[in-house]
Write a protein that binds this ligand. Sequence first.
Ligand code: ADP
Ligand code: MG
Length: 590
Amino acid sequence: MIRKLSPHLVHQIAAGEVIERPASVLKELIENALDAGASQIDITYENGGLKSLSVEDNGKGISEEELMLAFEAHATSKISQFDDFEKLQTFGFRGEALSSISAMADLEIWTSCEKEKRGSRGRVAFGAKKKSEAADKRIGTKVQMRDLFSAHPARLKFMKSERGEAMQLLSVFKKYSLAYPEFSFSIKDLETEREHSTHSESFLDRVIWFFGDSEKDHWLQVNAQSADWKMQAVILRPRFQQKVRAGIHLFLNRRPFKDSRLEFAVKRAFEGFTLFTRDIAAVIFLEGSPKLFDVNVHPMKTEVRFLQADTLFSFISKNITEALRSEHLEIQNTKSEVSLKEPEVFSSPSLETDPNRSSRLWDLRPGTSSGSQPLAGQRESLAENAEEKSAVLFEHKSEFEFIDVLDDTYLLVRKNSELYIFDQHALHERILYERLLADFSKLEKIPSQRLLFPQPIPFSGAENLLEHEELLEKLGFEIRQWSKAGENKNQMQSIQLVAAPAILKRGHSEVLSKISESTSRGKETVIRDVLASMACHSAVRAHDRIDTAEIDRLLKDFQSEDALGHCPHGRPTFVRLQIKDLEKMFQRVV
Ligand code: ADP
Ligand code: MG
């Protein structure tokens, strides 16, 4: 039998969407306090918030007349028409939180607003309006919830232990404290008396507090601006990873949100600078007009839909990479101390078969090797920096002394009193990748070479490639669809490769299959992936025997490029042993 649900039941079901557990109540109450302009927010709780949870703020308060209205469903002071979404500056707009909480718990509010002489108090418990009455004048609002879900045993069953719920409360508290470093927050467990608090401080200090770290030096600040977006980010320098708890925390106009694609944009930016993208710690503040996104995707408002997700992806990724890269330049600069040896000149042939072509295509171009655009304003200083750096490096080119090669793979190299061990494949791969990237960003195209004989492309799904003609062309490939008569006189279609990137030595079909699988991902990601794959298939392999001239060339290239510490897939290109490492190994020092 079909029956219409009673309004009471409908309300309870909707309430369940907003209020999942004490932490979701806390989130709503903190957001209300922030929307009311509070700069100080104090939280207390008992039994993981199930027995009681209160949030006190110094915001603008609610007038006596409006107090009981605030408990009603779809009652809000924040929007009045649909167009208001386009300029939304508040967390709330659905007018659901207080009514939902009071459907699931006993909810009491003490408040007063500045212009009124006295305060007021109102209470609604489990959907039943109790009363409102005059109360003492106070600053701001205190909202107190008791006995959450005590009338909903089914819900209670899904709660974690009280400790587990308390952990979640703490995590909400920390997240909003992070979003508003200029404000003060506190949270207190009334049973254990344990308290955490923060006081107005800088963004960087709040980030350090958030991660439980103590060293400012571990962190790098990245600020960037485009026509649409502004980003303020603090990221953990890759070399301090694993000292600090990992996590990528995104905020949009100070609203915490989750977005796996944008998290990936951050990871993407770190590629080549760390082996372990899962150990990244970063806080990313994005600011942009509400016209560019929609937060009204889900009642919990932790998901966001972006109008131009791709642009934002590359804005984030590019600027973080740029910051990591320019820092890497600085480190290399300070690392190149004065060498005692006279500079020698290398005149080794290149690794390419045709020295003319390779020198035209792959020769050093200091200052242009960076694939991404520096921030506006930093552009000039960065270019200067790169020039300076290359000058330093040219002077010190002879610092590396090749010793021997192990297993036709590992190059032993000495630099003053340091021992370097390079992986020849990883190193060459990385060098080629940097150059492919640089060329691609300059020419928007990878130089191509016609094949003597067209080659069939031997993987299933090769037809998909036909949809990517433009991308293929940019990446230096040309394919053609061939029709030939089959055995039973039917026309057979086959896809053949007629031109390929000049640099590519092998693995054509692996690279092509990367392109054919690429439909669902962002263009920039695909290009990087494909270039990495090209570099991999063009580089010398492990166990390939190479001569000393080629080794010299590799080492020379290593010193003149930025950020070569890892191959494009994140494996290190070298390990370095310094005297202090040896001293440790031999236990001369502890
Ligand atoms: P929303 O935040 O979506 O408007 P809520 O149910 O969370 O809906 O709150 C309803 C209304 O109550 C708000 O629009 C606001 O006017 C008022 N309100 C709630 N909490 C506070 C507070 N801490 N300080 C001042 N006003 C508040
Ligand atoms: Mg609200």
